[in-house]
Structures are given as structure tokens and as C-alpha cells.
Design a protein around this ligand. Structure first.
Ligand SMILES: [Zn+2]
Ligand SMILES: [Zn+2]
Ligand SMILES: [Zn+2]
Ligand SMILES: [Zn+2]
Length: 374
């Protein structure tokens, strides 16, 4: 039969089911358009999986026809969700189901309860999807910057925020091998971050989101290529810069610092740094990099963290090809003094001069927009 005739025949046969556009399934009516889109960006979501109508597949059988290609897809999807649904290690440990979401690179637990998001209040499920989008943004940037291959990820990053500090205290010794106040991260092998909301310092969506975006970078950086934190292998400046860079890029500012104390009362230059860094470099002509590049993250002052961020800002835009070898060198425990001169073809003092000239050329005196190169 002629191809066109076949196509016409198919149209006639399926004509009865315009409702599902011949898919055999239609979107589950229990989820808003916005939340269907949010669900499509994650692998699994406990909230969606609990839907009585679709059980997480987000579609239901079309009532007007006997099914279509979407029917089998939904069945396979349902099986994948059922395999994911049994309690994970944290749920078993705490003895209850948790609000968890899994993305390509992260497994999140969001037990904050309803939380203030600007003028409105959002529930933990909505927050969980914001966080999922944020951390995957970080993962994409990190993969681009450091040219990561799929087989270079060693684990899924686990990131948790609790509403009850007792949960945080309970999981600390079990999963983070430590106890202490405030949020806490475990880096290198099987990275995990645990944090908990607390009034009035850490009880708004933006605070949780920026913390997650910041730590998402640290966790991944410590795990990719080789399960090793580079913070005390000469790559402290890079670890600091990565934490700030993606937080900054995602939110237009940074508010988390790489220090061990739980809460930082101040924020250098309001967390918006280009003009501040430019002014500081102009005011203080003595070289910074020889000192700052050697510092450990936990001890670094806020304004010096901004310099590390700026140096990476420069490298990402002008020397992107060098980032991957630089990271690989630190991970291989190469002598730190050799890494930058070798990979960038200049001494640290020469790099300082080039970076300073770049900052003067590209950073504004006011505002935060990069200027056109002159
Ligand atoms: Zn149908
Ligand atoms: Zn969801
Ligand atoms: Zn549903
Ligand atoms: Zn940090």
C-alpha cells in the first residue's frame, strides 16, 4: 500500500482519541502545570510518588481509548519508581519516610516544613524542587568548567536540611562521623551535607538555597576524578572559589563562606564582589596571590575568599582549558608550587599582574556587570 494511504488509515483508526493525542495516557490532574515541569527535571520525588492517582508517573490512563505508547512507558516508569521507593539508609535509620528528591547527581532530603520564600510561604516539596534545580545547575557548570566525563563521578552527593535539630544531631555521628553545631559537610568519599533550619539566621528559602548551591560545588569537587578533598593539597583557593562561583552565578551574589563556624554574621561587600575586588586591587598594589593561593579554606578571611573567587572568574572566562588539568594535578597530589606555573605558563607573580589587568579592564567601578573587553 502507498505510504500516504497507510498514514491516512492510521489517522482514521485513531481518530476517536484526540483526547490523549494517541498517547494512551493523559497528564495526572492532581499536579499543576508548574509542578509537572518541576517533576520532569528530577529523576524521582517522594511527594509525586505518593500521588494516589498516578503514583508518581504523572500520567493516568486515557478513558477514551484502549491505550497507546504512553501506557507502556508509564508502566516502566512505575516500576522504576517502585524500585526507588523503599526506605533508603537515612529513612531506615530514622525509622520514617522523608521528603526526598533524587536528581542526576544529588539525593536530597528536605524536611524543613513550610518555609518563608520572600513574601510567600512554600512547603518542603516546593523547596525541594528549587534545591534540585539549584544543585543540578551547579553540577552542569562544574562539568563544563572541569570537562568532567560521566564515569568520573564516584557517588551521588547527599544533601539534607532538617526542620528539627534533633534529626540533624541524630544523623551526624552515623553518616558524617562527627558531631558539632550548625551545618556540616563530609567530603571526599560518599560526600554528605547535613543542615537544619533555625530562626532567625537560617529559616528562609533563599538561605537554604544559597547554602545548597555553595556546598553542592564543594561536595562534587571533592568527589569527582578522585575521592579527595583538595583543600589541604594546595587547591584550597580553588575549593573556595568553586563554592562561591556557582552560588554567585545562580543567585547574583554569595552569602556563604568556607569557614568552620556555623553562622557568619557579616558578608563582605554584601556578597556582590566585582566592584569591591576592583577597588581593593587598586588600593593595595602588593601582590595577593602568593599568600592567598597557599591558604587553607577554613582559615581564609572573607575578603581573601573574594579574591580566590575573582581569580577563578578570570580563569573561567579567559583560561578555561587549563581548569581541568589544574584540578587533576591537585587530585594527583602534585607539588602545589608547580601546578599553576606549569598549567598556565607563567609564574604566580606574572599571573597576578595579568589577573589585575583583567580585573581593571573588565570589572565595573559600580554595579556588578562585566565590562566589554577593551
Ligand atoms: Zn486516548
Ligand atoms: Zn516533586
Ligand atoms: Zn498524580
Ligand atoms: Zn565554601
Amino acid at each position: 500500500m502507498h505510504v500516504l494511504a497507510l498514514a491516512l488509515l492510521a489517522l482514521v483508526q485513531d481518530d476517536g482519541c484526540r483526547r490523549c493525542e494517541h498517547r494512551g495516557v493523559v497528564p495526572c490532574g492532581r499536579h499543576s502545570e508548574e509542578s509537572l515541569e518541576a517533576e520532569s527535571r528530577v529523576l524521582f520525588c517522594a511527594f509525586a510518588a505518593a500521588c494516589e492517582d498516578c503514583r508518581g508517573t504523572l500520567v493516568v490512563d486515557c478513558k477514551r481509548c484502549a491505550g497507546g505508547p504512553g501506557t507502556a512507558e508509564a508502566g516502566a516508569r512505575r516500576q522504576a519508581i517502585e524500585a526507588w521507593l523503599p526506605r533508603d539508609e537515612v529513612e531506615r535509620f530514622l525509622g520514617r519516610d522523608l521528603m526526598r528528591v533524587e536528581t542526576e547527581r544529588y539525593r536530597l532530603v528536605v524536611e524543613s516544613g513550610p518555609i518563608q520564600d520572600g513574601k510567600k510561604r512554600i512547603d518542603a516539596h516546593v523547596l525541594a524542587h528549587h534545591l534540585a534545580d539549584d544543585v543540578e545547575f551547579v553540577a552542569r557548570r562544574l562539568a563544563q568548567d572541569f570537562r568532567l566525563q560521566p564515569d568520573e563521578y564516584r557517588a551521588k552527593m547527599r544533601m539534607w536540611v532538617w526542620g528539627d535539630p534533633k534529626d540533624h544531631a541524630a544523623v551526624m555521628p552515623e553518616f558524617l562521623h562527627a558531631s558539632g553545631p550548625g551545618e556540616f559537610g563530609y567530603l571526599g568519599r560518599d560526600p554528605v551535607l547535613s543542615s537544619w533550619t533555625e530562626s532567625p539566621f537560617f529559616d528562609e528559602a533563599i538561605e537554604v538555597r544559597t547554602l545548597f548551591a555553595h556546598k553542592a560545588g564543594h561536595l562534587l569537587l571533592s568527589n569527582v576524578i578522585r575521592e579527595l578533598w583538595i583543600g589541604d593539597l594546595g587547591g584550597g583557593w580553588l575549593d573556595v572559589a568553586v563554592g562561591h562561583s556557582y552560588e554567585y552565578e545562580r543567585f547574583g551574589h554569595t552569602r556563604n563562606y568556607c569557614i568552620e563556624e556555623a553562622t557568619v554574621p557579616s558578608n563582605y561587600a554584601g556578597g556582590i564582589w566585582r566592584a569591591a575586588v576592583r577597588a581593593r586591587l587598586e588600593k593595595e598594589p602588593e601582590p595577593f596571590l602568593p599568600r592567598v593561593l597557599k591558604e587553607r579554606p577554613g582559615a581564609m578571611r572573607q575578603e581573601d575568599q573574594a579574591l580566590c573567587w575573582s581569580f577563578l572568574d578570570y580563569l573561567r572566562l579567559e583560561r578555561a582549558e587549563a581548569l581541568r588539568p589544574i584540578l587533576a594535578d591537585y587530585k594527583a597530589k602534585r607539588e602545589p608550587r608547580e601546578v599553576l606555573p606549569d598549567r598556565l605558563g607563567a609564574s604566580v607573580l606574572e599571573l597576578e599582574a595579568v589577573w589585575r589587568a583583567w580585573v581593571k579592564d573588565r570589572y565595573p567601578k559600580k554595579g556588578d556587570e562585566l565590562q566589554e573587553a577593551r
